[in-house]
Design a protein around this ligand. Structure first.
Ligand SMILES: O=C(O)CCC(=O)C(=O)O
Ligand SMILES: [Fe+2]
Length: 153
């Protein structure tokens, strides 16, 4: 069984935005997050130690790689892979949301999460003598996501 969560988020107008954040810095524990923003903006991605604005584009979905990133989207043989199963070749993106400067903001996020029925670890295709596994095999846990668990070699 897979878990998909649809979450609506409301960020009220805040008269002193420098005193707080809408959402603090984090990476999603999902496999993949698809996000619909309204026209207010405020989402930022951390890129090379700098916060970069994600401009809102009417009707566009923002796709964010999550920590787990094993998605069997739409059909069971289609899988997209990232931080855990690609052994860090593709990494989840850290992001935050600035507090409402212009007006209230609404976003809708769909978090695609992996099955809890089996463990996932780095795929063999991403491993070699020069690229040993960085993470242990782990389950994704409904309710709490999961913890990246580094291997100790
Ligand atoms: O409201 C947003 O733009 C993003 C919120 C968030 O961090 C998320 O949906 O993962
Ligand atoms: Fe997020």
């Amino acid at each position: 069984m897979k878990y998909e969560w649809l979450v609506g988020q409301h960020y009220p107008f805040f008269p002193e935005p420098e005193l707080t954040l809408g959402t603090a810095k984090h990476a999603d524990p999902s496999s993949l997050t698809l996000l619909l923003q309204d026209k207010i903006g405020g989402l930022q991605l951390l890129h090379q130690d700098h916060w970069v604005d994600v401009p809102p584009v009417q009707g566009a979905l923002v796709a964010k790689i999550g920590d787990f990133m094993l998605v069997e989207l739409f059909c069971s043989h289609t899988s997209l892979s990232s931080q855990l199963i690609t052994n860090d070749k593709f990494r989840s993106v850290e992001h935050r949301v600035l507090a409402g400067r212009i007006g209230p903001r609404i976003s809708v996020a769909c978090f695609y999460n992996p099955t809890t029925a089996r463990k996932f670890g780095p795929l063999m295709e991403f491993l070699s003598d020069n690229n040993p596994p960085i993470y242990r095999e782990t389950h994704w846990i409904k309710g709490s996501g999961w913890q990246l668990s580094p291997c100790s070699f």
